[in-house]
Design a protein around this ligand. Structure first.
Ligand code: PLP
Ligand code: COI
Length: 341
């Protein structure tokens, strides 16, 4: 299979249409068989549930070319599980058993020419999503839904790739106590748009959101979980019911413990103690691990000893081991790598 003529190494994190998407519809209480489509537009009734009441949930995963030339995805079973949890919370019907993995496999295989070559630094981002598609005007769940998967080749989420970023403590909350912060719903991202636009305008790369109940604890950013490294090399990650259970973070905690022999801790992290950490990073599918050099809290600067030039040493080890597993250079734990082609 010949790859598309794309300047892989200079891709940013943007949308580039590929040849195929996947589509399946839910009507009369059941999902249809679904299949590939070359139609990348969606036509909806003006009153569709997704347009009126934001009834939509999504996922994000990546397809990689490994060093021996296979196309693989990383722990897609966990994306399947999380999509089902997100769907249940928004009264969206769950997919038939096995459908998610079948659809991801089909659409990635069909777009093999868009899976960036090994070593290019780019990956194929895979975005499954489900939305309410029929008209609803009273506040209630839709009766009809569409499940789609779009694919797009991407480079680093933050400009500059592995260069440390600067983030600020947001005055807005991302989630409510007992709200929807722990699921991947479009509404959680809509509320972050004003915060991210103003952060960028003021020169910051991202927002750090605090816990909505007390505003004293670190939650996550708009699109990634936090990892902190203590001065004695312990890996600490915030525990909260209102953050997204990141698959990257869960994987990294395993990698830290089992591959690197580091101590790991998932616990509440107070903003006041952040100044004592040696390193800080954001982790997620899009972010991979993006090092944070500085956090600004209303004029007070928290500068990590790892500095603004490169990733801290422990963050770098975690990054190298995780990406090594994803790209086939390091043996993966059983079941982590799903081979597509
Ligand atoms: N937190 C938020 C708000 C996200 O949007 C994401 C991205 O998916 C993550 C964390 C990281 O999750 P994952 O590692 O499963 O991609
Ligand atoms: C992902 O990492 O897959 C996400 O959905 C984060 C988003 C901000 C791009």
């Amino acid at each position: 299979m010949e790859k598309k003529n794309i300047d892989w190494s200079n891709l940013g994190f943007g949308y580039l249409q590929t040849d195929y998407s996947y589509v399946s519809n839910y009507r009369d209480g059941a999902w249809d068989e679904g299949g590939l489509t070359e139609d990348h537009t969606v036509t909806l009734n003006e009153c569709a549930g997704v347009l009126q009441y934001a009834q939509t949930v999504f996922e994000g995963l990546k397809a990689y070319t490994t060093d021996d030339g296979h196309i693989v995805t990383f722990r897609p079973d966990l994306n399947d599980e999380r999509l089902a949890a997100s769907a249940a919370r928004l009264e969206i019907p769950v997919l038939p058993k096995g459908r998610f993995l079948e659809a991801v496999t089909k659409v990635v295989a069909a777009n093999a020419a868009y899976v960036p070559p090994y070593g290019s630094g780019a990956t194929l981002y895979v975005r499954p999503y489900i939305f309410g598609s029929n008209a609803v005007i009273g506040v209630k769940p839709a009766d009809e839904y569409q499940f789609r998967i779009l694919c797009t080749p991407v480079g680093p989420y933050f400009k500059g790739g592995a260069k440390p970023i600067t983030i600020r403590v947001s005055d807005f909350d991302r989630a409510a106590p007992h709200g929807t912060g722990n699921i991947k719903a479009g509404l959680n991202y809509a509320m972050s748009l004003h915060a991210i636009v103003t952060a960028h305008r003021e020169g910051y790369d991202e927002n750090l959101y605090l816990d909505p109940g007390t505003r004293t604890k670190v939650e996550e950013t708009g699109g990634a979980n936090f990892l902190f490294i203590t001065k004695d090399n312990k890996v600490v990650t915030p525990k909260s019911d209102s953050i997204l259970p990141s698959i990257t973070r869960r994987s990294l905690m395993h990698v830290a413990q089992e591959y690197l022999g580091l101590q790991v801790e998932q616990r509440e992290v107070y903003l006041d103690e952040v100044k004592d950490f040696a390193e800080c990073g954001l982790c997620g599918t899009a972010a991979v691990i993006s090092p944070v050099g500085k956090i600004v809290d209303h004029g007070r600067e928290i500068c990590f000893p790892s500095g603004m030039d490169e990733m801290g040493p422990v963050t770098k080890k975690l990054y190298d081991t995780l990406t090594g597993i994803q790209m086939g250079r390091i043996e993966a734990p059983e079941g982590w790598i799903h081979v597509i082609a």
